[in-house]
Design a protein around this ligand. Structure first.
Ligand SMILES: Cc1ncc(COP(=O)(O)O)c(C=O)c1O
Length: 447
C-alpha cells in the first residue's frame, strides 16, 4: 500500500526556500525538519506536493479550511468582490452584511474585524482590561492564544513536567525574547480543574480582568471540558466581576454554527474568532456583549488595523458563513468525523496499541501509548510522542496527511468524502501494522 513517492522537486524547492527564508518556512509550526513539505495546490480535501503526490489533508491549514480547498462558491465571491477594489479604509456594505450574519450565528451582540487570531485575542485582552480597569489575565496550561509576548506562557510547546504541582503553575515562556517583566500580568492553571481555578480566584479574583480559555483544548489534542467546568468559570467570573473570554479561534464555526458557546451552552462576555470563519482567507473577529464591545472607543480604547475589513477577506467570510448557516455543513462533517474516530478506535484496538481518541468529530486527536483519555496538559504528556510521529509519517508516506504532532487535532472539512474516510482507515490499518513492527524491533534491541 505504501506508494513509491518521488520527492525530488519538493526537496529542491525546500533547499531553495532555506536560502532566503529562515528554516524555509513562514511560520515555525510548519517546520518538519527534512520532511518539510512544499505544496503547490489544493482542491477539496486534498493537497499536492511539488512532485505531484496527492494527500488527503487533515491539517487543513491548521483548521481554517472548513469547506475544502479552493471551494468554488467562496473563490467566486472573492473574485466578484475584487472587481470593486480591495481596501478603502471606510466601512463597506459587505462588512455590514457580515456583521449581521456573524452576530446572528454566534449570538454575540457586536463584532469588530481583524486579520488573524493573534490580533483578535490581543485586542480582546485590551478591551477586557479597559472594561474592568484590571490588568491580570488567567489562562490555562497547554493552551495557545497567538504569537505575541503577553500570552506566550505555558503554551503547548513547553515541558509539562516543569509546571510544578501548585496553583497557579509556574510561568514558562514559550520563546526567548519575551521580556521577563510582563509575566506578572498573567496567571496560568491546569485546564478542567475546578479546585485550581476556585483557589486562584479566591486569592486574585478582584484583580482579574478576564479568564481566557480555549473552551476545547484545540492545541492540546482536542481535550474537552469536564461537565460543569465551563459553567463554573462563568459563575466565578460573575462572582468576581471578571470577563469570561472564549478563544473560539479553532472552535468558532467548526464545532457548531455558534461555536463552543452554542455547543456547551455557556455564554462568554467576549470572544475571538478566526480560522473557519473565512475558509482559509485571513479574517478574524472580536465579538461580545454590547456594553463590553462599546468599551472600544475612538481616542480612548484602541482597536484597529490597516487591512481589517478588506474586501477579499470579508467576501470570503460572507460566502463561507452563508454556506455554513444555510446548508448542513457541520452535520455532514460530524457524521464523517465520527466514522473516522470510530474506525481509528477499532483499528488501534485490533492492533493492541494503547490509545485514546479525544475531541469532537470536526476536530479530534489520536493519542497512543496510554488508554486513559487526557483531561489536561499534564495528563496529555503521558502519550508516546515518538510512536505517534512515526505513525503520522507512515501515513503521510501513504497519502494521508495529519500533523506529525498529536497535540494538533485532525481537522475535518465538508469535502472529506465517505471514500476519503474509507481510504484513510485502510491506510491507517496498514501504517499501524508497519510502525508497530518497527517499535517492537526497537524495543527488542533496547532490552
Ligand atoms: C486557539 C487559538 N487562538 C489563537 C490563535 C492564533 O491565530 P493566528 O495563527 O491566526 O494568529 C490560534 C492559532 O492556531 C489558536 O489555535
Amino acid at each position: 500500500m505504501k506508494t513509491q513517492r518521488t520527492l525530488t522537486k519538493t526537496k529542491q524547492y525546500f533547499d531553495a526556500a532555506q536560502r532566503h527564508i529562515p528554516f524555509g518556512v513562514n511560520s515555525n509550526f510548519r517546520y518538519w525538519e527534512e520532511d518539510t513539505f512544499v505544496v503547490t495546490h489544493g482542491r477539496d480535501a486534498h493537497v499536492w506536493d511539488a512532485d505531484g503526490n496527492c494527500y488527503i489533508d487533515y491539517r487543513l491549514g491548521f483548521g481554517p479550511i472548513i469547506l475544502g480547498h479552493a471551494y468554488p462558491a467562496v473563490t467566486e465571491k472573492v473574485a466578484e468582490a475584487l472587481q470593486y477594489g480591495n481596501l478603502f479604509a471606510w466601512t463597506t456594505p459587505y462588512e455590514i452584511e457580515l456583521a449581521e450574519r456573524f452576530t446572528r450565528m454566534t449570538g454575540m451582540d457586536m463584532v469588530r474585524l481583524s486579520n488573524t487570531g493573534t490580533e483578535a485575542t490581543m485586542h480582546a485582552l485590551r478591551v477586557a482590561r479597559a472594561h474592568t480597569g484590571r490588568d491580570l489575565i488567567i489562562k490555562f496550561d497547554g493552551q495557545y492564544h497567538g504569537n505575541y509576548d503577553y500570552v506566550m506562557y505555558n503554551t503547548p510547546g513547553i515541558d509539562a513536567e516543569r509546571l510544578g504541582a501548585s496553583w497557579p503553575t509556574r510561568r514558562l515562556p514559550a520563546s526567548r525574547g519575551i521580556p521577563k517583566a510582563i509575566e506578572r500580568y498573567l496567571l496560568s492553571l491546569p485546564y478542567n480543574h475546578i479546585e485550581a481555578i476556585e483557589s486562584v480566584m479566591a486569592r486574585y479574583g478582584e484583580e482579574v480582568a478576564a479568564i481566557m480559555v480555549e473552551p476545547v483544548m484545540g492545541n492540546t489534542a482536542g481535550i474537552v471540558p469536564r461537565e460543569g467546568w465551563l459553567e463554573r468559570l462563568r459563575e466565578l467570573c460573575d462572582e468576581y466581576g471578571a470577563l469570561l473570554f472564549f478563544d473560539e479561534v479553532k472552535t468558532g464555526f467548526r464545532i457548531a454554527n455558534g461555536g463552543a458557546q452554542e455547543y456547551f451552552g455557556v455564554r462568554a462576555d467576549i470572544a475571538a474568532y478566526a480560522k473557519a470563519m473565512g475558509n482559509g482567507f485571513p479574517i478574524a473577529a472580536i465579538a461580545g456583549r454590547r456594553d463590553v464591545m462599546m468599551t472600544i472607543e475612538p481616542g480612548k480604547v484602541a482597536q484597529g488595523g490597516t487591512y481589517t475589513g478588506n474586501m477579499i477577506a470579508v467576501a470570503a467570510a460572507n460566502a463561507t458563513l452563508e454556506i455554513i448557516e444555510e446548508q448542513p455543513i457541520l452535520a455532514t462533517i460530524f457524521e464523517r468525523g465520527r466514522a473516522l474516530m470510530d474506525g481509528m478506535d477499532e483499528i488501534l484496538t485490533r492492533h493492541d496499541i494503547p490509545h485514546a481518541v479525544t475531541g469532537i468529530p470536526s476536530m479530534f486527536s489520536l493519542i497512543v501509548g496510554t488508554n486513559e483519555a487526557p483531561v489536561d496538559f499534564l495528563s496529555y504528556a503521558r502519550n508516546d510522542d515518538d510512536f505517534y510521529e512515526a505513525l503520522a509519517l507512515a501515513l503521510v508516506a501513504r497519502g494521508v496527511m495529519p500533523d506529525s504532532d498529536s497535540r494538533e487535532p485532525w481537522f475535518m472539512c465538508y469535502t472529506h468524502s465517505e471514500q476519503d474516510i474509507a481510504e484513510t482507515l485502510e491506510i491507517l490499518d496498514d501504517a499501524v501494522g508497519e510502525v508497530k513492527q518497527g517499535f517492537r524491533r526497537a524495543f527488542a534491541k533496547a532490552a
